[in-house]
Design a protein around this ligand. Sequence first.
Ligand SMILES: Cc1cc2nc3c(=O)[nH]c(=O)nc-3n(C[C@H](O)[C@H](O)[C@H](O)COP(=O)(O)O)c2cc1C
Length: 151
Amino acid sequence: MKKVLILYISTTGNTEQIAHLLNEALSDNDFDITTMSFDFTNLDALDLLQYDGILFGTHTYNDGDLPFETDVFLDTLLTLDLNNKIVGIFGSGDTSYSYFCEAVEIMKDEFALRNAIVLEHTVRVNLYPDLDQDLLSIHKLASLFQEALLE
Ligand SMILES: Cc1cc2nc3c(=O)[nH]c(=O)nc-3n(C[C@H](O)[C@H](O)[C@H](O)COP(=O)(O)O)c2cc1C
């Protein structure tokens, strides 16, 4: 059974809701899914090595930055080789900021540099994911992720 990690950071619940919808969209598959949030877990990036696929979610903070809570995780991530891991990135931001959902783009690059197979499609939602276009984008990521894992 393929092991999947849905790992996210969310302060006001918007990215958390995307994580929840991705989990729901994948639940028909025979995947062993673990969901973790940076708020409650002291996750070591080394733990990523146990999973076949990772869905990583983050909101964007000041001027297109990642939230500071991910700092230690990112330091370890730099040391990993994630060859053959399937990775999808998602997040919430706010279109009123100049660098909308920039943290999603940063993480896409970080995972690609670690040799992961990063899906080109990302989910970038303005605040809470309740528009049709948000749900379509979330389902598209889930379906591409599932296809890549089962290939
Ligand atoms: C101080 C601050 C800075 C922010 N900077 C950005 C930003 O640069 N780009 C962006 O897209 N959103 C930015 N946001 C908006 C958050 O990413 C947005 O509210 C998001 O929905 C929060 O997600 P969460 O509910 O998962 O925490 C910022 C929010 C705050 C409070």
